[in-house]
Design a protein around this ligand. Sequence first.
Ligand SMILES: [Zn+2]
Ligand SMILES: [Zn+2]
Length: 353
Amino acid sequence: MKKISNIKFILIVAILAALILSACQYDLEDAINDNLEQKGDLIVHFIDVGQGDSIFIQLPNGETSLIDGGTRASGENIVKYLKEQNVEKIDYLIATHPHEDHIGGLPKVVKNFEIGKIYMPDATANTNIFQELLKEIKNKDKKVSIAKGGDIILNDSGVKYEILAPNGEKYGETNDYSVVTKLTYKGNSFLFTGDAEKTSENEMMDKGYNLKSDVLKIGHHGGSTSTSNEFLLKVSPKYGVISLGKDNTYGHPHKETIARLNEQNVTVLRTDELGTIVMNSDGKNINVNKEIKGENTESETQNIKKYYIGNINTKVYHSPDCNYLPKEENQIILKSKKEAEDKGFRPHDKCIK
Ligand SMILES: [Zn+2]
Ligand SMILES: [Zn+2]
């Protein structure tokens, strides 16, 4: 009997020791994982460049990416904006396609910052701006990687940055060469489509890529030949961001595109209405314009430029993260509480303090 209980005792001690050890090991693994885990948020800046695109991304691991550089005229402003964010290096520079409203400001960017990898589609343009960009890249002794659907830019500690287009060799429309990227940070994802149109959208769907994203950078400034119903259904975004200039000569965004977005209850955010749009993701939630450095237009908040969404029928205005937002077709963007109240809107008591 005594012998057995001795064995029992030893067994219990051994089991306990094993449990404690494994618990310790678990803690240690957790600690290591925590260390490897990204510390910061993912921050995506849709820089207001007028009629064009320029998206600056701060990755949680401290690296940066710039997708496009607006028009030639916006180059200086982009450089200034990046310097304000204390940027020294662009780790991943993507020129979606060689149209001037996407690469125009990039020669200045390449000149002013340290550059890591550069991605472009296999498309050229017979334009001065394209030649200037290639010259600046050469001056920096950099090589261009030709982007293809399926390539991975980064896959590390909860962040996946992948290329989903182009998937073909030759296109009739330069816009369809657009490098499309999807950026996923834990539970949040962003799809950046450049000026990709239907042909490229169809190819991405045919490839069977997982297109589902919280935020869709609407293709081609809201032009009607992008953002097909089928594509939009697959992406199924909460937010659709349109980068465009006020009163542009193309009539962007086209009303057909806005109708499709309304139909699928996508919250539309436009740079011609809001200026630069900044989204923060902690991997679970996305905050819009939580904090923008720079001029403060509202006295009640510090360094926070918020916007509001009004319901044109009820004349009530909401915070953009309110659970009781009106349908898109009844929404109006209001830049401040003052603007809301000047226009006769009253605050929604659940979301406006
Ligand atoms: Zn284009
Ligand atoms: Zn464009």
